[in-house]
Design a binder for this molecule. Structure first.
Ligand code: CUA
Length: 158
């Protein structure tokens, strides 16, 4: 099998390369299965044709659940966010729930780590706490068509 001559350094690189591949695939498999790490919120599904009549998306906007516990339900669609402006308090835990009735969109709030992929048929969830008051921009960061660059919203954190 190893009748062909492989130079020493090439052999070393082949071994290092294969070992790295095996280690990282193993790590990846362990994290996905053993530690149950999955992309955020892609486990919940929804009928994209019936978004506006399916709870919680039949009642969009900000809901107060507890003292420092809020839920924000939004729809990302061509080419807007609904609602396009939300008001939330500083320091509260905000659970974003977003879905799309048409194509894949993104919901990114620059300057924070809120960066969600919004896929039709799925509900994407992300929890974030705004520590600084101010006006935050919401942008779509997945190309979704002709109006992609005008698709934006605003978060007022008071
Ligand atoms: Cu929606 Cu780009």
């Amino acid at each position: 099998m190893f009748n062909i001559h492989i130079p020493r350094y090439e052999r070393i690189w082949l071994i290092v390369g294969s070992a790295t591949l095996v280690i990282f695939l193993g790590l990846f498999g362990f994290m996905a299965v053993g530690m149950n790490l999955n992309p955020p919120g892609h486990m919940m599904t929804i009928d994209p044709q019936a978004v506006t009549v399916t709870p919680p998306f039949n009642n969009l906007g900000v809901r107060k659940l507890g003292l420092d516990d809020y839920e924000v339900t939004m729809i990302a669609q061509m080419f807007m966010f609904q609602p396009d402006t939300i008001n939330v308090p500083t320091g509260a835990e905000i659970r974003f729930q977003v879905t799309s009735p048409d194509v894949v969109h993104g919901l990114e709030i620059p300057g924070t780590n809120v960066n969600m992929m919004v896929i039709p048929g799925h509900i994407t969830e992300f929890v974030y706490t705004f520590k600084e008051p101010g006006e935050y921009l919401i942008v779509c960061n997945e190309y979704c068509g002709m109006g992609h660059q005008i698709m934006m919203g605003k978060v007022n954190v008071q």
